[in-house]
Design a binder for this molecule. Sequence first.
Ligand code: GDP
Length: 297
Amino acid sequence: MFENLSERLSGVFDKLTKQGALTDDDVKTALREVRVALLEADVSLPVARDFIKAVQEKATGQSVTKSITPGQQVVKIVHDELKHVLTGDQDPGALKIDNPPAPILMVGLQGSGKTTTTAKLAKRLKEREGKRVLMASLDTNRPAAMEQLAILGAQIGVDTLPIVKGEDPVQIAKRAKTQASLGGYDVYMLDTAGRLHIDQELIAQAAAVRDVANPREILLVVDGLTGQDAVNVAQEFDDKIGVTGVVLTRMDGDGRGGAALSMRAITGKPIRFVGLGEKMDAIETFEPDRIAGRILG
Ligand code: GDP
């Protein structure tokens, strides 16, 4: 995993101190290359700058161990710091679903992969944790989206709340709660309406649903390929609704993953899962190691 950055740095490190401690200059020279790697991975400039500063403070003065080269040592410090910034202490995959029926609210822009992710997570909860899950679509503006969730539910063997015409999202959320309680479900997932942009109505609707459902988790689904835009969207959703975590979709694409670092650094919210394709199994718990490797290239 460290190879590429190490290779890239090898020329630089040939000139570095070979014994004693890493000097200020050694570290600076190396971090210039790391900065380029971060920017190439689409990490935003202020985030890259802060990150480099943190690494610089940790690396300067560290004694150079004999077993690895100074170059490898800096790369290791960079990698450890990336991991630290990306996850903090939380276990990203552990959803708070005690006290059944536990509501999970799914929010995000239209096209981000919200409905697909709702179904993927439901399947995961059912198969890995043996949970009984009920899914409900609150997208009253788009009947096709409600049907899409029902189709996915049938495909993966997870129940969906029957569609009743004329209800508003808050009424649907209340009905989902009642049905989940009466039906002995462990979890009910509310797939809110998405729009192309964040607007007043979208936020008001999501907030109203949040207030009646009192969700244990509010997961924001964002398209990982949209880079800095994804981070701005997350910031706004978090300010207005409050989220407990982020799911980055389309990480099977060729984005370098820099959005993950910016996401965490700017919003402070953990990335919980990544979407890796269109299939119902194409979701994984967020693995900082994998993203760190991808960012470092
Ligand atoms: P929504 O409007 O946010 O509910 O978005 P959808 O769930 O309908 O997803 C929009 C499209 O993105 C669909 O064609 C999905 O199959 C696709 N999609 C969702 N997640 C992923 C992912 O992680 N990777 C890829 N490649 N496609 C995805």
